[in-house]
Design a protein around this ligand. Structure first.
Ligand SMILES: [Zn+2]
Ligand SMILES: [Zn+2]
Length: 108
């Protein structure tokens, strides 16, 4: 079967030529749609963090006072740290998901 060439159309958000069916269905291209969803999620998470006064297991460091996303540089272990946005001090708990490595024991 001959593969038909994707029809392209300009995405109104990034102004790039993208798959027509996606742009027509969602109003923007796949990448913009993804980016918007991520931003929406982050906005939601920030709001929730401020409301609860804490965040749990997030991909980024969100200040529990103002929702500012702090830079992760040099923060590899649990510590008290300052928010870059409101300059309040908060406790940061760094969690690591365990990874497993296995190897054979050499029989002597
Ligand atoms: Zn786009
Ligand atoms: Zn803050």
């Amino acid at each position: 079967m001959k593969k038909e060439k994707e029809e392209l159309v300009e995405c109104p958000q990034c102004k790039e030529q993208k798959e027509k069916y996606w742009v027509e269905k969602h109003g923007v291209c796949y990448w913009c749609h993804d980016k918007n969803a991520e931003e929406k999620w982050l906005e939601h998470t920030k709001k929730e963090t401020v409301e609860k006064g804490s965040s749990f297991n997030e991909d980024c460091i969100i200040c529990p006072y103002c929702g500012y996303v702090c830079s992760e540089d040099d923060l590899h272990e649990s510590t008290d740290t300052y928010c870059d946005g409101c300059e309040k001090e908060f406790h940061l708990e760094v969690e690591y998901t365990p990874h497993y490595s296995t190897s054979k024991l050499e029989k002597k």
